[in-house]
Design a protein around this ligand. Structure first.
Ligand SMILES: Cc1cc2nc3c(=O)[nH]c(=O)nc-3n(C[C@H](O)[C@H](O)[C@H](O)COP(=O)(O)OP(=O)(O)OC[C@H]3O[C@@H](n4cnc5c(N)ncnc54)[C@H](O)[C@@H]3O)c2cc1C
Length: 448
């Protein structure tokens, strides 16, 4: 049996930061006690930070420098429980910490921060070094398979700072006990990186409420974009490796800059924004597509029909477009003209303009209302983040501790907190991990 006063399960962004903060806090308070708080981190993959390596297309957009008021607008479904953690390790404090640890950072468009090297591996290396330097121990290739609460032990053996409260089993048969436990096993997105929802299962087993999960920041697949059977249900998962149809091939690679996007749920206009859209091998993506994906996936899972409309000329009114009409080639880049002619201008297409318009008016209408009914979305396999998770009502936001289970703390994507693209999700993971690590040690000291 292995014993550590504190064990962190999961060596992702939240777990690494939790291990660092707890070991540092333990080190700082060590002089008050003859015995040392020992911290271990159990990670099931051969190396920690596998998902971090993929972030920001390998560049790692590690945080966003917006102040709380602006930051919280990008956090779903309810940012309030994040506030104390955000202030404990604010984006500025995170960057300062990284700089102190030798990682230079740069802030780019939209307040997004990256390592100056633009290499995600440098963030992972820095975090690992931070954890090691504080004396926490790494155990990689340790897949936790179960967690059990132990009955209260009044007789504290002299070699321990705090009595064991949890027992952990790993797939290799090893068993571990700890007094405080931080679970930071992530959500369900990109399971090949190690996050396969284990923490959500344990949370349910421990009696905690888990909000239904669904993929977010994921590609929306327009009707006819992929070679799926005609009778497939709309609003379903269409995996990324499903072959593109002829139409999909025509669109793949199109990048639309500064276009308008309007979302219709069951034909009701619900939202309209401007930004950049990409058609990829998955479907409709890019910053603007991702911003809409959470709401779209949630609606589709509830049986709603989704349609989006692209406004290729958001700065020009329909009337002006009809009046001053130029040749399509003057209005749009060549690759977009081809896709537009094949779909919007195809009279068999459902996106046809209202009847009774002149030819010029019809073209102007279609340029402003290029319609795409959505057939489905790419699932967890290749989605960026998991929406839903352990209800934030279960935790105390000031510590990240589970209200009903002393000694248990949760951090990162496994919580019912997710955000838009732009560094917000990693900031959530880092600051909740940091607060959990710090609180777990402070609490342990108070109890002894
Ligand atoms: C392709 C991609 C790009 C992204 N880019 C960005 C970006 O640029 N900026 C941004 O802010 N966010 C980005 N995100 C989102 C961000 O990476 C996540 O929200 C964040 O990493 C979540 O951190 P976490 O520590 O909670 O979970 P994870 O990073 O998923 O870490 C969980 C860890 O727990 C381990 N684990 C799971 N189960 C067990 C078990 N049973 N036993 C032991 N260990 C276990 C896993 O192996 C994993 O290492 C991106 C996500 C993806 C998929």
């Amino acid at each position: 049996m292995n014993f550590y006063e504190l064990i962190v399960i999961g060596g992702g962004a939240a777990g690494l930061m939790a291990a660092y903060a707890s070991a540092k806090t333990a080190g700082q308070t060590e002089s008050n006690t003859a015995r040392k708080i020992r911290v271990a981190i159990l990670e099931k993959m051969p190396r920690p930070g596998r998902k971090l390596m993929l972030t920001g297309k390998g560049r790692c957009n590690l945080t966003n420098l917006k102040n709380w008021e602006d930051f919280q607008a990008h956090v779903h479904p309810n940012p309030r429980p994040l506030r104390p953690a955000f202030y404990e390790l604010s984006p500025e404090k995170l960057l300062q910490l990284m700089t102190e640890e030798g990682l230079e950072t740069v802030v780019e468009r939209g307040d997004r921060a990256f390592p100056a090297s633009h290499r995600a591996v440098d963030v992972v290396d820095t975090l690992q070094k931070m954890v090691r330097n504080q004396g926490a121990q790494f155990f990689c290739g340790k897949e936790v398979t179960g967690i059990q609460r132990l009955p209260a032990d009044e007789n504290l053996s002299p070699d321990k700072v705090a009595a064991p409260r949890f027992e952990i089993c790993c797939s290799d048969g090893s068993r571990w006990q700890c007094s405080s436990l931080i679970i930071a096993t992530g959500g369900l997105a990109y399971p090949m990186t190690g996050s396969s929802g284990d923490g959500l299962r344990w949370a349910r087993e421990l009696g905690l409420a888990v909000k239904p999960t669904f993929p977010s920041l994921t590609a929306l697949v327009p009707n006819g974009y992929k070679s799926v059977p005609d009778n497939s249900k709309t609003g379903c998962i269409i995996e990324r490796d499903t072959p593109l149809s002829e139409l999909g091939q025509l669109f793949r690679g199109l990048s639309l800059k500064n276009v308008g996007l309007t979302l219709y749920i069951d034909n009701t206009h619900v939202r309209e924004e401007t930004g950049d859209l990409d058609f990829t091998d998955g479907g409709l993506e890019g910053p603007l597509g991702f911003r809409f994906s959470r709401q779209c996936v949630h609606a589709m899972r509830n049986g709603a029909h989704i349609r989006v409309e692209i406004d290729l000329k958001p700065g020009v009114s329909e009337e002006k477009l009809a009046r001053e009409q130029k040749d399509l080639a003057e209005l749009l880049p060549g690759d977009i003209v081809r896709a537009f002619r094949t779909t919007a201008l195809n009279r068999n297409n459902a996106s046809a303009a209202p009847k009774g318009l002149t030819e010029k008016e019809r073209l102007a209408f279609l340029l402003k209302h290029w319609s795409f009914p959505i057939a489905g979305y790419v699932g967890y396999e290749r989605s960026v983040v998991t929406a839903g998770g352990v209800s934030t009502d279960e935790i105390s936001p000031k510590s990240m501790g589970v209200k009903s289970i002393p000694g248990l703390y949760l951090a990162g994507e496994m919580l019912d907190l997710d955000a838009d693209t732009g560094g917000y999700n990693l900031q959530i993971a880092f600051c909740t991990g940091y607060l959990a690590g710090q609180s777990a040690v402070k609490e342990m000291k108070k109890e002894n």
